[in-house]
Write a protein that binds this ligand. Structure first.
Ligand SMILES: Cc1cc2nc3c(=O)[nH]c(=O)nc-3n(C[C@H](O)[C@H](O)[C@H](O)COP(=O)(O)OP(=O)(O)OC[C@H]3O[C@@H](n4cnc5c(N)ncnc54)[C@H](O)[C@@H]3O)c2cc1C
Length: 460
């Protein structure tokens, strides 16, 4: 990943250039444009997609008008406390406060100024959140989110140059970014000057070497994020002397349908489902969270588990486009009895029956099992049952460039680069250094909140 000296004169210089057209880059572009700057977004793919399009598109926010309308009491402080609890105090409290305060107003801005039709999810809650605060668009899909953001940018007249991979940054001796080199699919290259640069090209999940270095436990796991996220922001930052933090932090997921390769919402677990291994036995406290569950599933025979739930839970899960696709693909198996469930999943019937009887007893007693899962208030699983064969996967990385209040990238000595900003997966997130620190929604939280902050600051 190269850094070159600034060239003497650029034929074209754009006041704000954004690298990457996912949620972070498009929010940054919209904010910079609104603040009066001319903006150009550079995207390596033919169409903006990124990991944003692969996500469920759910953005956590506290104190929003959608929550108030639904009678949900919440605050940025309560949200910040949940983030700190999940990551056991590792994230920077200042950054946590900044993004939890900024994300609610950012969603209301996207709704009011750009017509994105958010609503709050009220029928299930992800582990670790003390209030219902996940906001999504009507289809509850990330593709819808990135498409609506791209349309908003196009409507605003923002230029998005696709098939334009940024390969090199040009830096002056004082660390000011003067310009960059971009490569087109036919191999031709262009130089472009910039007044300010926003790095919104996510983390390094698609770069096997970096995954092996920072998250060795998932080096050979399925990567379920966007392959174009090669870690350039971090590599450029390191070459420039930028501070990085929590590079081993990441979001895993313990419930990706296999071999269909479709995300199965964790609502299947939070609403009362369980996971068993190929021996028909439970192996973990699934309620901790889907991120750390990736490694637990991969530790099981063949790296496989079955998520077992029922028709009621399937009704809740069906609001997600991914789940509907999994049903259409035949990945969600159905059974009227436990013996049929064992037969369709090829799990040992006697062991599976014992496992589910034990789960039923724990639920009836509202008890906590030996692994620590508390079944109090969890509705019984009842026929007809559902089962889906799943594996663990790496979704995205959470470590990255350290930024200040204005999303400006910081050097190792604590000073700020004059015109370099980072947002979304390019910046250090709020999950700390471990998979278990990832609170559901931390990914789009920093994409939307820091994206807007970075765009506003870059325009200044
Ligand atoms: C399956 C899945 C489900 C998820 N579900 C959720 C969820 O429900 N809620 C949540 O909060 N988070 C979720 N996440 C995480 C979330 O998707 C990411 O944290 C978020 O999308 C990051 O946004 P971003 O804009 O930083 O990156 P991206 O959306 O990945 O965008 C980065 C863009 O930069 C482009 N790019 C990269 N390098 C270059 C380059 N050199 N030059 C030009 N362009 C470049 C890429 O092509 C890409 O379009 C999920 C992730 C996955 C994989």
């Amino acid at each position: 990943m190269t850094i070159l000296p600034a060239v003497e004169r650029y034929e074209v210089t754009i006041p704000v250039v954004v690298v990457g057209a996912g949620a972070a880059g498009l929010c940054a572009a919209l904010a910079a444009h609104e603040a009066g700057a001319e903006v150009l977004v550079l995207e390596r793919d033919p169409v903006p997609r990124g990991s944003t399009a692969l996500s469920a598109g759910l953005v956590p926010a506290a104190g929003t008008r959608w929550q108030r309308e639904a009678g949900i009491e919440d605050s940025p402080e309560a949200f910040a406390a949940d983030i700190m609890a999940k990551a056991e105090g590792e994230p920077d409290p200042g950054e946590v406060a900044r993004v939890t305060r900024a994300v609610g107003p950012a969603l209301e801005w996207l709704a009011d100024a750009h017509g994105l039709r958010f609503s709050v999810i009220t029928d299930f809650r992800y582990p670790g959140h003390s209030a219902n605060r996940m906001h999504g668009l009507p289809g509850r899909s990330g593709e819808e989110l990135v498409d609506r953001l791209r349309e908003a940018a196009e409507t605003a007249g923002i230029s998005i140059l696709c098939d334009a991979q940024v390969t090199t940054l040009h830096a002056a001796p004082d660390g000011r970014i003067a310009g960059l080199t971009l490569r087109r699919p036919d191999g031709t290259e262009d130089h472009l000057g910039c007044g300010a640069l926003v790095l919104a090209c996510n983390g390094y999940g698609g770069n096997k070497n970096l995954v092996r270095r920072h998250v060795p436990a998932l080096a050979d796991a399925l990567y379920f994020g966007h392959p174009g996220n090669q870690g350039e922001a971090i590599l450029w930052g390191e070459a420039l002397g930028a501070a990085t933090r929590h590079l081993s932090g990441h979001q895993g997921h313990g419930s990706v349908a296999h071999p269909a390769g479709i995300l199965i919402t964790w609502a299947t677990i939070t609403e009362g489902g369980v996971q068993v291994n190929l021996q028909g036995r439970r192996f973990s406290d699934e309620s901790h969270g889907y991120s750390e569950q990736a490694t637990r599933v991969l530790e099981q025979p063949e790296g496989i588990a079955w998520t077992i739930f029922d028709a009621r839970i399937a009704g809740i899960a069906r609001q997600f486009e991914d789940f509907r696709q999994a049903e259409a693909a035949g990945a969600i198996l159905e059974a009227d009895t436990i013996p049929t469930l064992a037969a369709v999943s090829r799990l040992p019937e006697a062991v599976l029956a014992d496992t589910l009887a034990e789960v039923a007893r724990l639920k009836a007693e509202g008890a906590t099992d030996t692994r620590g899962r508390n079944f109090a208030g969890s509705p019984q699983l009842s026929a007809p049952y559902r089962a889906v064969r799943v594996t663990g996967a790496l979704f995205h990385t959470q470590g990255g460039l350290v930024v200040n209040d204005g999303a400006q990238v910081i050097r190792r000595d604590g000073s700020a680069f004059p015109n370099l900003f980072a947002a979304g997966g390019a910046a250090c997130g709020v999950s700390g250094s471990r998979a278990s620190g990832y609170l559901s929604g931390n990914g789009l939280l920093t994409a939307v909140a820091l994206g807007r902050i970075a765009g506003q600051a870059a325009a200044r």
